[in-house]
Design a protein around this ligand. Structure first.
Ligand code: C2E
Ligand code: CA
Ligand code: CA
Length: 861
């Protein structure tokens, strides 16, 4: 059997795992986002930084260029012989301005807002925005001019110029200065007093814009030092209090602006998608968790049920088997080994029908039929098998098909070992059909044999019935004792058996009466010679204790040919013939003849008498108590019928009931008994049952259930206090019908007791199927207790344990001695009844018993 996997509770649940995964994933995702954004910013920063540096370099270069260009431009005017000639000393305005040597175009074409020629003390020539001005240069230029003049003069010798940033007219400008000098080698002295030409290139917005465009800078402008951010790129413009600034080129920023929104969008979407997936995963994992939890639960339940099953399987006395569809064993419970002795492994894989066999129904098709039938169908079959010791054993198997997907996939069932039960039953059966002393058939077997043989009526082969009674047997028994009697009976039995053929039956009816049923022999002379031979044979002395004993035999003959096909009638006829044979001098035989039939007439008379007796209320009930063995309290009282015959006195039931059973009188008689018993028992102690005997004939001839119901209703007697005693013979005639009747009786609430158990056709099946509450061991077995008949004791014990096994109360009837009572007590019989405890009492006697009991309060004995 497959063991279920145990889900280790320590391992994290899928949900937890998913959560961890999600957390890890989220962290990685976040980190990746951070890294991407960080890298992006880093790239952008680097880009911006590089671009700023580049732009600064460019701005510087542009400015330098401007300064250089301005100086070179100035140099063309300052280092010029003509200029020296016209501007040193007295300023020649005409040359300079009007002749446009240093004229208006310096502003309009070259963009110089200020053009001045200065010497140490004053301005000798000046143009402001191309127009001559008399105002001193210092009026426009907010800077000390002298140092500039000095530097310019100093630089004149190597033909250099100076330039610097100044405020011109309040606005930053590039001031270039150069001493005016002739274009030849000059001495220091010559230039020390030379006029200095100043070109002022104001850094106007236009010019800066052009300058910026030239080098790829936008927004090039000047602004005051105290305006704008300091980190902003700028170039200081000397001491002017202004600086040059331009728009920071920010490719990185642009990159960020271009990339960030879509990136953020993409990441957001990715994030949302992940969120959705996570939620989904979480939900799924929750579902998985739930499923797992359920799975675990059902696993536990499964394991529990398996343990339960194992506990049951191992404690049960039955073993459990399973086969596949081909009926090969696939499972056997532990019990199997204990019961059969075989190791389980010996049989796994083997076909079931190799282990078990049923003589009436082949096992394999029987199982196959289950697979065709209703899936719930459970069937039982009695099988035999050999255990490991080679012993033949019996088991009852119950089986049903195993279904999977509406298809049978195998079979499963239990097997209960019923060997002991079957053995006990077989023993009971044997004893019930055989005479314990001689082993010959007894009355029961005879009845069965005759019934079977006569069943076919006129079709059956002719049969001859010999009723044989020993002559002079009683004196042997009386004078030499039972042992001698038994020895004689045994020898007679042997001789009878030896002289008959296979199909014949030899039975002992009890005492010294035997019956021989001869089949296929109806020829008178044949029968005559057989009888003569038999009598001669039995007259041979029988040795006992080296002493010859002599008996003889008389025989009554009845034949199916002439006496019909009724077993009872045949025996009765043979009995009449026997009587005649004895009357005619013994050691002879007589055939039945009609004139011997006075007895028959007597019986007819009796029938009529009974009808009259019923009308005249000649019947009475006597009552015999039944006791619980443990404390000898009265638990039930059995009603026994008597006939107060006007001429013949009190008659026992054996004298008239068999006859009544042959007609409808039994029905009326039975109803009377039932009604009388229920009526009388109302006055008894409330815990005492009343037992009423029912004849099988009543079952056949009337509706017993309706009768019982009507009488219970009429008398108001509680059903649970009524017990019906039924012999096994009830089931003989109509098994199914009898079962139905008994179930219906049980439904009324009455108790059912199987009477005379062990004498009839008792079958275990009956006991199991029929709803009996109790069984009564026949008094014949009890009578055998304590008389040296140990086999009776064994039977009694077997019946007691069988009854107990089936949950039935077991009563022993016919207890006549203390010794028997003790034995039954030892054997744990439940209840007892018999002359030793109380004979059947008339109603006066019973009343006295109650009275006595109530005085003593208990027990009732
Ligand atoms: P039974 O039902 O087996 O009744 C027990 C018989 O054994 C009774 O005989 C009883 O008197 C007798 N008995 C009781 N204790 C002892 C004992 O210790 N030793 C001996 N040897 N016998 C004992 P009874 O009253 O003659 O009845 C004989 C049978 O007649 C009954 O056998 C029963 O089958 C039948 N019977 C009696 N009353 C009725 C009845 O009302 N209706 C029917 N259908 N049958 C009845
Ligand atoms: Ca009885
Ligand atoms: Ca009985």
């Amino acid at each position: 059997m497959a063991r279920t996997a145990n889900l280790a509770p320590a391992s994290p649940t899928p949900r937890l795992q998913v959560r961890r995964l999600i957390a890890g994933f989220s962290a990685v995702f976040g980190l990746a986002c951070l890294v991407i954004v960080g890298a992006l910013f880093n790239i952008a920063g680097t880009l911006d930084q590089q671009e700023r540096q580049r732009s600064a370099v460019q701005a510087n270069q542009a400015l330098e260029q401007r300064l250089l260009a301005s100086r070179q431009f100035l140099s063309a005017y300052a280092v010029w012989d003509a200029a020296y000639e016209h501007l040193a000393g007295q300023t020649d305005w005409k040359w300079a301005y009007e002749e446009k040597n240093v004229g208006e175009s310096l502003y309009s074409a070259s963009g110089y807002e200020g053009v001045f020629v200065v010497n140490d003390t004053h301005t000798t020539y000046g143009l402001f925005k191309g127009q001559p001005t008399q105002a001193a240069a210092s009026t426009y230029i907010e800077d000390a001019l002298q140092p500039i003049i000095d530097q310019a003069r100093a630089a004149a010798i190597p033909r250099e110029q100076v330039s610097r940033f100044v405020l011109f007219n309040g606005w930053p400008a590039v001031l270039s200065a150069a001493a005016v000098r002739p274009d030849r080698e000059v001495t220091e002295n010559e230039v020390s007093q030379a006029p200095v030409m100043l070109f002022v290139d104001q850094l106007t917005e236009d010019k800066l814009a052009r300058l910026g465009t030239g080098v790829g800078l936008s927004g090039l402008h000047v602004e005051k030092d105290d305006v704008g951010e300091h980190e902003h790129l700028h170039i200081d413009l000397g001491n002017t209090g202004f600086h040059l600034s331009w728009n920071n080129p920010l490719p990185g920023h642009q990159l960020l602006q271009a990339v960030l929104p879509p990136l953020a969008g993409a990441l957001l979407i990715l994030g949302l998608v992940m969120l959705y997936l996570f939620r989904h995963a979480l939900r799924s994992s929750r579902a998985i968790d739930l499923t797992l939890a359920r799975l675990q639960q059902s696993n536990q339940a499964l394991e529990a049920s398996e343990q339960r099953f194992r506990a049951v399987a191992e404690s049960a006395s039955d073993w459990i088997w399973e086969t596949d569809r081909q009926q090969r064993l696939s499972y056997l419970s532990q019990r199997f080994t204990k019961v059969t002795g075989y190791p389980v492994s010996d049989w796994l894989g083997q076909p079931l029908n190799q282990l078990l066999a049923c003589d009436t129904t082949p096992l394999s098709p029987w199982l196959d039929a289950l697979a065709m039938a209703d899936p719930q169908q459970l069937a039982n079959l009695r099988c035999t098998y050999r255990d490991q010791n080679g012993q033949n054993r019996y088991c009852r198997i119950s089986a049903r098909a195993i279904w999977y997907d509406d298809k049978p996939i195998g079979y499963r069932g239990t097997a209960s070992d019923i060997t002991d039960e079957v053995d006990a039953h077989a023993r009971i059966q044997h004893l019930s059909l055989h005479d314990p002393l001689t082993g010959l058939a007894n009355r029961n077997k005879l009845a069965r044999h005759l019934e079977q043989a006569l069943l076919r009526g006129s079709d059956s082969p002719p049969m001859t019935l010999l009723l044989l009674d020993l002559d002079d047997f009683k004196p042997i028994n009386d004078t030499l004792g039972h042992t001698a009697g038994d020895a004689v009976l045994l020898e007679v039995a042997t001789r009878l058996r030896d002289s008959t053929r296979d199909g014949d039956l030899v039975a002992r009816l009890g005492g010294d009466e035997f019956i021989l049923v001869l089949s296929g022999m109806d020829n008178r002379s044949e029968i005559d010679s057989f009888c003569a031979r038999l009598i001669a044979l039995l007259q041979q002395p029988i040795m006992f204790d080296s002493q010859p004993l002599h008996v003889g035999a008389s025989i009554g003959v009845a034949q199916t040919r002439t006496q019909g096909f009724d077993a009872g009638e045949l025996i009765r006829c043979a009995d009449i013939a026997l009587y005649q044979a004895k009357a005619d001098g013994k050691n002879t035989w007589r055939y039945f003849a009609a004139e011997m039939n006075q007895q028959i007439q007597y019986r007819r008379q009796l029938e009529n008498d009974m009808r009259r007796a019923l009308r005249n209320q000649e019947f009475v009930l006597h009552y015999q108590p039944r006791y619980r063995l443990s404390d000898l309290r009265i638990v039930a009282v059995e009603a026994l019928l008597r006939w107060q015959h006007p001429q013949e006195g009190l008659l026992g039931p054996d004298t008239f009931i068999p006859l009544a059973e042959h007609s409808d009188i039994i029905v009326a008689l039975g109803r009377w008994v039932l009604r009388e018993a229920c009526y009388t028992a109302q006055d008894w102690p409330a815990d005492v049952l009343v037992s009423v005997n029912l004849s099988p004939a009543q079952f056949l001839r009337s509706d017993v259930v309706a009768d019982v119901r009507e009488i219970l209703l009429d008398t108001g007697f509680p059903a649970q206090r009524l017990e019906l005693e039924i012999t096994e013979n009830v089931m003989l005639n109509d098994i199914e019908g009898a079962l139905g009747t008994m179930l219906a009786l049980k439904e009324l609430g009455v108790r059912l007791n199987m009477d005379d158990f062990g004498t009839g056709y008792s079958s275990l099946g009956y006991l199991r199927t029929y709803p009996f509450d109790s069984i009564k061991i026949d008094k014949r077995f009890i009578g055998g207790l304590g008389s040296g008949g140990s086999s009776d004791r064994a039977v009694v014990q077997a019946i007691i344990s069988l009854g107990k096994a089936l949950g039935l109360t077991v009563t022993a009837e016919g207890v006549e001695s203390e010794q028997q009572l003790e034995m039954l007590e030892t054997d744990l019989c439940h209840e007892v009844q018999g002359y030793y405890l109380s004979r059947p009492l008339d109603s006066v006697g019973l009343d006295a018993l109650w009275h006595q009991a109530s005085e003593r309060s208990a027990p009732y004995l």
